[in-house]
Design a protein around this ligand. Structure first.
Ligand code: SAH
Length: 206
């Protein structure tokens, strides 16, 4: 089911497909949604938040070009599902969640499934994870009205930042930012709808 959703939309990298197929997505969604876990849409995970549709998880992972050994930062742990997919590809995954309950729940699911390459931190992801920088890839899974400067700063040279940028109440444009010679090279990918980033970003008007 997930293989078809992803392959039919043009993502054919076998390592990526294997990573997706290896993660038991039903264990990352609330009990009442388990039957729907592999359907082609997002699902609620509590606290008004959602787990992205499998294709979007695949797309973000693909455009971030996550390779074995890469150091990856995710902003918006949510259920922990995207972090688990990343951990299938590299053993250095750092994920930040601003809602304490979700951070705790994701950390325990990841631990119970033996995703030992993921570290979850309860904090505002706007500021990134400076002690672990630089990152080869940064995936932001909540909508931002601008690119948080600390995240671009914490990107390694040649690193990829994938982030939904735009109005946080309507839709956003999934955006790929590559650091090249210290400067951002920006590519707009497609329109998406994510839950809004909260915290510091709401104070910073840019
Ligand atoms: N990647 C997740 C889905 C995330 S939904 C998964 O695979 O399930 C977006 C998440 O971003 C929500 O859990 C929300 O609480 C979180 N979030 C919102 N603002 C944030 C911020 N400033 N820092 C970190 N996480 C944030």
């Amino acid at each position: 089911m997930v293989r078809y959703q992803v392959e039919s939309r043009g993502l054919k990298d076998e390592r990526l497909l294997q990573a997706l197929l290896a993660v038991p997505r039903h264990l990352f969604v609330p009990e009442q949604y388990r039957r729907e876990a592999y359907e082609d849409y997002p699902l609620p995970i509590g606290e008004g938040q959602t787990i992205s549709q499998p294709y979007i998880v695949a797309l973000m992972t693909a455009v971030a070009e996550v390779k074995p050994g890469d150091k990856v930062l995710e902003i918006g742990t949510g259920s922990g599902y995207q972090a688990a997919v990343l951990n299938q590809l590299t053993d250095r995954v750092f994920s930040i969640e601003i809602r304490e309950t979700l951070a705790g729940r994701a950390a325990s699911v990841l631990q119970s499934l033996n995703y030992t390459g993921v570290r979850v931190r309860w904090a505002d992801g706007y500021f990134g994870w400076p002690e672990e920088a630089p990152f080869d890839a940064i995936l932001v899974t909540c909508a931002a009205n601008h690119i948080p400067p600390p995240l671009f700063q914490q990107l390694a040279e040649g690193g990829r930042l994938v982030i939904p940028v735009g109005s946080t109440v309507f839709f956003q444009t999934l955006t790929l930012v590559r650091k090249s010679g210290g400067k951002p090279v920006v590519k707009q990918l497609l329109d998406v709808r994510f839950v809004p980033m909260v915290g510091e970003i709401e104070k910073e008007k840019r």
